[in-house]
Design a protein around this ligand. Structure first.
Ligand code: PEP
Ligand code: MG
Length: 765
């Protein structure tokens, strides 16, 4: 047993470093077989058609992998799946459920033990061990297998499933089947295009050691390559500043600083002087500095390691005189690479890009930030996807974080239908731009846009936003290389206020911490969601806070549309401390001669404690904005970023609806208006209930505005109230959702529910 416990400890550590999902499950199966000293260990996973499929085995005929398939309920394996209960059988052949598969080699095994693999309450597979002699497995053995199966279930088994299935299918039919590869959702949307492979031709890390006798010549080549790369960055920066925004283009400044800084280049030159050629020296320097970042625990810094490697590839390409590939006019391409970079994106006209697929990288990568701003679907971290021929059709599903290679006609048709539906609905709804968001019985709702990048500004206006309901100032802070100066902030805030002149702009003070770490101000916390974030962070760092408040006030000179929102307010003290800072900023600036005036100030209602203190804030605040994302997270005690509990996160949970109602009642009592700026506002079912609750301001991503306007214009306030009354009778969020969506469908709004989820799986977020 001791051996089993030790195995358990190492099993998943080892499997975590396997190069792909197939190797991972094969490793687990092999280790379980040797630890339990049994003849066979096999793993079956439920495929997309609901069949239990053998995906890995040690002991059975390897040719059976992918071929043995059985429905839930059939055979011993099917029985375990059906009952979700382990089965320990003395003699498999004597069991009435036994099913024999010819050529599997299973007929000689008698003792059989199997355990279900369950993920988020759903059965996803069955893990089995077998032995020749008739015997019952011991309790320890059973509990070991159950534990391994439980661990398997908790570690993203669908990734094992889809990748191993893909492998099995590809092996069995030599490439005629659609292959789905999972990654991380980097930027939402769906795109289809021809693969344009980028970095494979210039992967610096594949360079092998080579000496030089011509040190001077190699240093010259190296310096020329660095200069050419800097030149390329300057051009890319210009292009991206025109097509995206200057704050995103600032990311190139980080690249330039890295390249011009002494560390990287002087390390490379030192290696050239020691007799290595330029490419080898560059590889050594880049690998040294990138691994220093990649070893850090903080995800943001790991992502900066990515930047350095990307930089290395760029210089290497120049050393080899490789210029980026070109595309035909009118061709839609999906950029595929080890590390697709912002400069890669900037190389191509945005209208020809269908999506981005990056082997490495995360949703925090700058690439993902830029993709979102450009409305390009992106899937990051797909790992080693194997050979993708240049020009092959790729589907990028940025909603689900998956790509499809060699898509079958039916899959392609389905995604084309999805893209068509999305764009045709968007086209039809664009006609509503000039119309107000008014219910059929004349109640007016104001629809605002949520933004964070300057690149979001135009979509907001073109989709008919009546103002900015939430400007997340942390985004310009995050894409910047260091704390932006007061003047830099003034320029950004002023352009937002100017773009929406005569419309209200609700600008939120810095909300970093939690899941939004500030790159250049790292800190570790046990429980970041409950830690140093939002106004707690800024009040403790009052110099940073003061700079931001001053910048907002200066930007608002001549633009009286500024409203300041404070994130994460949970106590009256915090509000009072902010008021003091605001007073002193106003005083300082008037003494310095700036023409400032006091903006309206309000709070995000997102920490549940804020609800109870609303009446104490009377006279201290001018409005309340409900941050339903955090409010739901804190009310339901469900981490908004944890996929394991994502199915529990629902902003139409009775607790959230009640809290929203309470906020409305208490805010009315102190005479301040309320808006909702979390994701709840863009969810059709929730939006209807909010309408029933009497909300008159909703703020959401620009692309959701036309849909919610369509909804509002299709129903009466009275109907919304009736739906709310029904919802209040119901304890289960999923039933509330069903009831409200049935109602919306009955009003002809079924297309509101169609596209965004993608055709393959339902996303829970
Ligand atoms: C929210 O919490 O609902 C909100 C709008 O803020 P964020 O998502 O930026 O935390
Ligand atoms: Mg929030």
């Amino acid at each position: 047993m001791q051996k089993l416990i030790l195995t358990l400890k190492h099993l998943f550590q080892e499997s975590a470093v396997a190069p792909n999902a197939k190797a991972r499950v094969e490793g687990i199966v092999s280790q379980v077989r040797s630890a339990m000293e049994v003849a066979v260990c096999s793993l079956y996973l439920v495929n997309e058609r609901g069949l239990l499929t053998l995906v890995a085995t040690e002991g059975l005929n390897p040719a059976s992998v992918g071929k043995i398939q059985l429905p839930i309920g059939r055979g011993l394996v099917g029985r375990i799946a059906e009952t979700k209960h382990p089965l320990n059988v003395l003699s498999a052949s004597a069991d009435p459920h036994f099913v024999y598969f010819p050529d599997s080699g299973e007929e000689i095994y008698e003792a059989f033990l199997g355990a279900p693999v369950v993920h988020a309450g759903e059965l996803v597979g069955v893990l089995v061990v077998e032995q020749k002699e008739r015997r019952k497995f011991t309790e320890e053995e059973e509990s070991f297998l159950v534990t391994v199966a439980a661990q398997l279930g908790s570690t993203a088994p669908t990734e094992f499933q889809t990748e191993t299935e893909a492998g099995a299918q590809a092996g069995a039919t030599s490439g005629s089947l659609t292959r789905r590869v999972r990654g991380i959702a980097g930027a939402p949307g769906v795109g289809i295009g021809n693969a344009l492979l980028l970095s494979d031709t210039m992967d610096l890390m594949t360079v092998s050691d080579a000496p030089t006798n011509d040190v001077e010549g190699e240093i010259g080549l190296f310096r020329d390559a660095v200069q050419a790369t800097l030149q390329e960055f300057a051009e890319s920066q210009k292009k991206i500043a025109e097509s995206v925004s200057s704050d995103v283009a600032d990311i190139f400044t980080i690249y330039e600083m890295l390249l011009q800084g002494p560390d990287l280049t002087s390390t490379a030159e030192t290696h050239i002087k020691s007799g290595k050629n330029a490419a080898t020296a560059l590889r050594i320097a880049v690998s040294h500095y990138s691994s220093r970042f990649e070893e850090m625990e903080d995800e943001y810094f790991q992502a900066r390691g990515e930047d350095i490697r990307n930089l290395g590839n760029r210089v290497y390409a120049r050393l080899r005189n490789i210029t980026p590939p070109t595309i035909k006019e009118g061709e839609k391409v999906v950029l595929v690479g080890g590390l697709v970079s912002i400069s890669d994106i900037a190389e191509f006209p945005v209208e020809q890009l269908a999506g981005i697929v990056s082997r490495d990288g995360s949703s925090l990568s700058h690439t993902a930030v830029v993709a979102k701003a450009l409305g390009l679907p992106a899937v990051m971290g797909v790992g080693h996807v194997g050979e993708i021929p240049q020009g092959e059709v790729v589907i990028v599903d940025g909603y689900q974080g998956q790509i499809f290679l060699r898509p079958a006609q039916s899959v392609l048709d389905e995604f084309r239908r999805l893209i068509f539906n999305e764009s045709s609905l968007a086209r039809e709804l664009s006609k509503l731009k000039e119309f107000p968001a008014e219910t059929t019985d004349g109640h007016r709702v104001q629809l605002f846009a949520n933004t964070g990048l300057l690149a979001d500004i135009t979509p907001g206006l073109t989709h008919g936003a009546e103002g900015i309901g939430l400007y997340r100032t942390e985004i310009p802070f995050i894409v910047h290389g260091s704390f932006p100066s007061e003047d830099e902030q003034v320029a950004v805030y002023r352009s937002v206020l100017e773009a929406y002149a005569k419309m209200p702009v609700y600008m939120r003070t810095l909300d970093v911490g939690g899941d939004k770490p500030l790159p250049y101000f790292p800190f570790q916390e046990e429980n970041p969601a409950l830690g140093w974030r939002g106004v707690r962070f800024t009040l403790d760092n009052s110099v940073i806070f003061m700079t931001q408040i001053r910048a907002m006030l200066r930007a608002a000179a001549g633009h009286p549309n500024l409203n300041i929102i404070l994130p994460m307010i949970g106590s009256v003290h915090e509000m009072e401390a902010f008021s003091e800072l605001l007073n002193s900023a106003l005083e300082q600036l008037s003494e310095e001669g700036f023409p400032v005036c006091r903006p309206r100030v309000g709070i995000m209602a997102e920490v549940p404690a804020s609800i109870a203190i609303l009446h104490f804030l009377s006279g201290k605040i001018d409005f309340v904005s409900i941050g339903s994302n955090d409010l739901t997270q804190y009310l339901l005690a469900v981490d908004r970023n944890n996929s394991r509990v994502a199915n529990l996160f629902d902003h139409i949970h009775p607790a959230v609806l009640q809290a929203v109602e309470e906020i409305l009642i208490r805010s009315r009592a102190i005479g301040v208006p309320v808006s909702v700026c979390g994701e709840m506002a863009a969810d059709p079912c929730a939006a209807l209930l909010l309408l029933g609750l009497g909300i008159e301001n909703l703020s959401m991503s620009a692309f959701s505005i036309p849909r919610i306007k369509w909804l509002i214009r299709s129903v009466s306030r009275e109907e919304a109230r009736e739906q709310l009354a029904l919802a209040k009778q119901c304890p289960h969020p999923e039933e509330i959702r069903e009831q409200v969506s049935d109602f919306l469908v009955s009003k002809g709004l079924s297309r509101l529910f169609e596209p965004a989820q993608g055709p393959v799986e339902t996303k829970v977020s």
